[in-house]
Design a protein around this ligand. Structure first.
Ligand SMILES: CC(C)(COP(=O)(O)OP(=O)(O)OC[C@H]1O[C@@H](n2cnc3c(N)ncnc32)[C@H](O)[C@@H]1OP(=O)(O)O)[C@@H](O)C(=O)NCCC(=O)NCCS
Length: 169
């Protein structure tokens, strides 16, 4: 198998990282069956992320010299969040995402972070399985919400039981 190299983000990665952000948006569009998520040019949200977290908190994964994934780390005081992690669809299930997360975890450890969080949407079963496999086995906050505009047509299916109560996903 071709070796995967995880390295810090550099300016020449901008275009491909925008494309990966678009792939991340696509995953959420699929989850919610909503092609409007992320707007007309979703890749541009990567620029906002970069400005927010700083280039030194973004890592890319290269296979055969092509960038196929990236991950970011958002640090706030003694807590931090892995956000996002995305691998191009044709390279998934080959260990790339796991290597990216391992790099972010190592960085958080070096920074002395006490709690390292991930906050996938509850519907993203693949991501939850992925993060669990990567060692995120403690459940922190649970966010509950009401859909205030059900007329917009987003559907919520039967979901999960938490503390004996049933929640939709
Ligand atoms: C989530 C994501 C980053 C995983 O990347 P990946 O490179 O495919 O993950 P890995 O190959 O390193 O997977 C490691 C382990 O995680 C688990 N896992 C990963 N993807 C999984 C899936 N779709 N279903 C179930 N388990 C999964 C498995 O245990 C896997 O090990 P295995 O392949 O030996 O069974 C990738 O699927 C992705 O980019 N998804 C779209 C974006 C997204 O949802 N990001 C997370 C929220 S920010």
């Amino acid at each position: 198998m071709t070796e995967t190299v995880v390295r810090p983000y550099g300016p020449s990665d901008l275009r491909v990282c925008r494309g990966l952000w678009a792939a991340l948006t696509e995953a959420h569009r699929d989850l919610y069956d909503d092609p409007t998520i992320g707007g007309e040019d979703p890749g541009l949200a990567f620029d906002g992320h970069l400005a927010r977290v700083g280039a030194e908190r973004v890592w890319v994964a290269e296979v055969a010299r092509s960038v196929v994934g990236f991950a970011g780390l958002i640090v706030e005081d003694d807590e931090a969040e892995v956000e996002p992690v995305v691998v191009s669809p044709e390279c998934r299930r080959e260990g790339v995402g796991g290597l990216l997360v391992a790099r972010v975890v190592a960085e958080a450890r070096t920074l002395g972070v006490r709690y390292l969080n991930v906050r996938p949407v509850a519907r993203n079963a693949d991501a939850i399985r992925f993060f669990h496999q990567a060692g995120f086995v403690n459940l922190g906050h649970v966010e509950l919400f009401m859909d205030m505009r059900p007329a917009d047509g987003r559907e919520w299916g039967d979901g999960q039981t938490v503390h004996g109560r049933r929640f939709r996903l």
